[in-house]
Design a protein around this ligand. Structure first.
Ligand SMILES: [Fe+2]
Length: 261
């Protein structure tokens, strides 16, 4: 049995993902916004769609549900009964089994209160929606900063080898934020260029390795003394944040700073 992930560009910078077994062609779909490109891929490749997994209620993750559901008559797993088309509500710590793949549900409030992420231990896959981004994290719209921080800590506890697929292509902007506003990295030009090349050549920076994010994603390093010292010493942060700021103070500072970037 072999699992493949088809990355499907949606809207301006959203991603939907089709997770399928290359032998049986059974598949699940994550966060569809635009149905047409998804239906086209499914039809051309003889994919047998079994269900949709939704991370949260925002329309750029859900607006394709109805058209796809009408076409394929499938189940829609979501964390919120208000999400139109939902057939099965998912809750924290539940597992959903599809035979060809299983997912653990992890509740990650902060970006929205209903947000969940889908983790497959066997395949080492995580669909992180708008909670964890490559080099970043989602904006806090409904929850508190503390909730978001705790949600990110849950992700940090997952294995380093986990391949993460997130909801948006914000990678380059997140990287620019780190390099321009947070820390001094010597090879900054090289890092930026590599990132730009990756996105241009592959069309996407997905997936990314969780282990590396544990080292480089600022929002996963709010309790790291060395990281905090580096940020507080950086010329643009002088006097703004103390090196001994609490984890939550530091997280709040960098999240607010990213909002204005
Ligand atoms: Fe969102």
């Amino acid at each position: 049995m072999k699992i493949k992930i088809k990355i499907i560009n949606q809207l301006i910078d959203n991603y939907s993902y089709l997770i399928y077994d290359i032998d049986s062609k059974e598949a699940l779909l994550v966060d569809p916004a635009e149905a047409n490109p998804i239906i086209k891929f499914i039809s051309i490749n003889g994919i047998k769609l079994k269900g949709i997994l939704i991370t949260h209620h925002h329309s750029d993750h859900t607006s394709g549900i109805i058209q796809i559901k009408e076409k394929f008559n499938i189940k829609v797993f979501s964390p919120n009964k208000k999400i139109i088309g939902t057939t099965d509500l998912v809750k924290d710590k539940e597992q959903i089994n599809f035979g060809f793949i299983n997912f653990d549900i992890i509740s990650t409030p902060g970006h929205t209160l209903d947000h969940v992420i889908y983790y497959c231990k066997q395949e080492k896959l995580l669909f992180s929606g708008d909670t964890l981004f490559y080099y970043g994290c989602g904006r806090i719209f409904e929850g508190t900063y503390e909730q978001m921080l705790n949600s990110l800590k849950k992700i940090k506890n997952l294995p380093n080898e986990t391949q993460v697929y997130c909801g948006h292509e914000y990678t380059y902007k997140n990287l620019e934020f780190i390099l321009d506003e947070l820390v001094h990295w010597q090879d900054r030009g090289d890092i930026k260029q590599k990132c730009r090349k990756l996105i241009k050549e592959k069309g996407s920076s997905m997936p990314f390795l969780l282990g590396l994010q544990k080292d480089w994603n600022p929002f996963l390093n709010c309790n790291d003394i060395h990281y905090k010292k580096g940020v507080s010493d950086f010329h643009k942060n002088k006097g703004q944040i103390a090196p001994d700021a609490s984890e939550l103070e530091f997280f709040t500072y960098i999240r607010d700073k990213r909002n204005d970037f």
